[in-house]
Design a protein around this ligand. Structure first.
Ligand code: IPD
Length: 273
């Protein structure tokens, strides 16, 4: 690959690596999952597979793009000398993975600028759910796409308007029990907009499903940069909006994703305005 890759070059590499990493995650799941440690809270677990899959991704990137930075959930950050940093969640939806629920995904994003979601510009991303056989991907200016099995890639577009019956929304509750009451109060505030609520258990898939029009909107507090780096670009390239606290970028305080019309209503309801 050349020293100055295009977003499409980075997207292709993200896809290849996500596929390889997803195949390893799936194989390890079939062999049996071992919890290696707990992290920020008792409910926040890391499996041996999370670590092994991240090591595979990190090794592949070091080989293919040795000058780029790396920012991964399990092995931390290492700055590079190029303008590109790879933001990686080896298994997003680790609790689903540990319980044998197939909604987990490898998330690989290439961003430009500081590896801080309030500052970076996402260039490419891939979200691969190996147990579901679905790969969502996007590059800046190149659209968002879904590849399922051997079918031709399908271009994604967010739902333009929430139906009269109300929006199908997804959210999540993070691992810190101290935040659950606030999160539930937020759900109560948005319920008048909703036909129903989903809790899928993988932020990367929640965002990809908004891009695919399978969900009308998604909101969650407490996400880490690797949870939303690839998925947020996929939503934007599918014509949707992604934001955080009022007027801000997506981040730990809040991530919201939806089509433009619903986004404004969701933003107001979440905030209690
Ligand atoms: C988690 C998932 C989950 C979300 C949590 C994340 P992990 O990521 O995305 O849906 O509710 O906040 O931490 O821990 O499985 O990589």
């Amino acid at each position: 690959m050349t020293a100055s890759p295009t977003p499409a070059d980075l997207e292709k590499l993200a896809i290849d690596i996500a596929r390889e990493a997803g195949a390893l995650a799936r194989r390890r799941r079939e062999e049996g999952v071992h919890i290696a440690a707990t992290k920020s809270a008792l409910a926040d677990i890391v499996t041996e597979a999370d670590r092994e899959v991240e090591a595979l991704i990190r090794g592949r990137l070091a080989h293919e793009r040795p000058d780029d930075g790396f920012f991964g959930e399990e092995s931390g950050a290492e700055p590079g000398t190029s303008r590109v940093t790879w933001v990686v969640d080896p298994i997003d939806g680790t609790v689903n993975y540990a319980y044998g629920i197939p909604s987990y995904a490898v998330s690989v994003a290439a961003v430009e600028g500081e590896p801080d979601p309030t500052r970076w510009r996402a260039l490419a991303g891939a979200v691969y759910a190996p147990a579901l056989g679905e790969l969502f991907h996007a590059s800046l200016g190149g659209g968002a796409w879904l590849r399922a099995g051997d079918a031709e890639p399908r271009r994604l577009a967010v739902a333009a308007h929430a139906p009269d019956a109300g929006a199908l929304l997804a959210t999540g509750f993070g691992y810190d029990p101290a935040t659950h009451a606030g999160d539930l109060a937020r759900v109560e505030r948005v319920m008048p907009l909703a036909r129903d609520i989903r809790r899928i258990g993988s932020a990367a898939l929640d965002l990809s499903y908004v891009a695919a029009g399978r969900l009308d909107g998604y909101f969650e507090r407490g996400l880490n940069p690797w949870d939303h780096a690839a998925g947020a670009l996929i939503v934007e390239e599918a014509g949707g909006r992604v934001g955080g606290l009022p007027g801000g970028r997506p981040g730990t305080a809040l991530t919201i994703a939806a089509g433009a019309e619903l986004f404004g209503r969701l933003d107001e309801a979440i905030d209690g305005r």
